[in-house]
Design a protein around this ligand. Structure first.
Ligand code: 8YV
Length: 313
């Protein structure tokens, strides 16, 4: 059977590149910005894009691919893709939900525990030979605290379920109250949630609707020494307001996502009250393999004219 032209955008491990090269006539570009310089004949042939990038994929890029029918996104978050522009052009979009819930939730828990029990500082304390000079300072108890989940979707729910095992009181904010275990508390506003918890865990979808959802006002509602945890998108938080609150020592933060990744605001780098991670929530071999498989399964379904597995449009 004739292999269809697919363009892979982004950096893929060998297991993905090899599978895609076997199944499609594959062209690979590291950045979406390289699309314009691809041979126009090749761009004309392209029927699907395997997309793995945070760069904005809008109308202008879509118009460089006149026969494009599918953008198969690597990642659950598809905020980089202009869904309306895709819809206007009859281009379908898919993402990779669910397969990463465990890893992202595990990462949130790891960052919370690391922050609470000062794990990075404890590690440095031992390595730098400071232990014989005296005991490590006491830190703060994690189990039994009050956790607030901002956005109780699939990932937010996975985080909450884990926190239950730590005896946490669970609070959440979402567009409406959800069917949750008895004892979980719904808050109708983000400010209301922020005011009631020691841990404010952001698990919102990215995009225009949640831009700066964690506003300066929400941050101001957080109690002294509460911790903001973000495993969603940097865009959901007013980062300038967050940095001000962190520099004032009012709150702490554990962050896997930022504005302008990977060139994050250097003000973060000197703060003692933050845990910083390089957007690695889904970054295990197992999960990234599963995400790649789902991305390709959507492309295969599209090429066979079958229903898409995980469409977002
Ligand atoms: C991915 C993510 O690692 O799924 C998402 O939305 O942010 C991450 O899990 C990232 O998209 C990989 O490029």
């Amino acid at each position: 059977m004739e292999r269809k032209r697919v363009i892979a955008v982004g950096s893929y491990p060998d297991w993905d590149s090899e599978a895609m090269s076997r199944d499609y006539a594959l062209a690979t570009i590291a950045r979406l910005a390289d699309l314009a310089s691809l041979d126009p004949a090749l761009r004309n042939e392209a029927v699907a894009v395997a997309y793995k990038s945070g760069a904005s994929f809008g109308a202008a890029e879509m118009d460089l691919l006149p026969n494009l029918g599918l953008i198969s996104n690597f990642g659950v978050g598809y905020d980089a893709i202009n869904i309306e522009a895709a819809r206007d052009r009859g281009i379908r979009v898919t993402n990779t939900p669910d397969v990463l819930n465990d890893d992202v939730a595990d990462t949130a828990l790891a960052m919370m525990l690391a922050h609470c029990r000062c794990i990075p500082a404890g590690d440095r304390f031992v390595r730098e030979g400071r232990w014989p000079g005296g005991d490590f300072p006491l830190n703060r108890k994690f189990s039994g605290g009050r956790a607030g989940i901002m956005g109780l979707g699939r990932i937010g729910r996975s985080i909450a379920d884990r926190l239950v095992a730590f005896g946490m009181e669970i609070h959440y904010h979402a567009r409406s109250a959800k069917d949750v275990p008895a004892g979980w508390t719904f808050h109708a506003t983000p400010e209301g949630l922020a005011a009631e918890v020691d841990w404010l865990v952001v698990a919102l979808v990215g995009g225009a609707a949640t831009q700066d959802y964690i506003s300066a006002e929400v941050i101001a509602c957080m109690p002294q020494d509460a911790v903001l945890v973000n495993i969603s998108r940097g865009s959901t938080v007013d980062e300038a307001a967050l940095l001000d609150a962190l520099e004032a020592g009012r709150i702490g933060a554990a962050l896997d996502v930022f504005r302008n990744e990977p060139d994050i605001d250097p003000r973060f780098l000197t703060l003692p009250n933050v845990i910083l991670q390089p957007h690695q929530g889904s970054g295990t071999v197992e999960t990234r393999r599963a995400m790649g498989e789902l991305q390709r399964a959507n492309i295969a379904a599209y090429l066979r004219g079958e229903p898409l597995l995980t469409p977002v449009t």
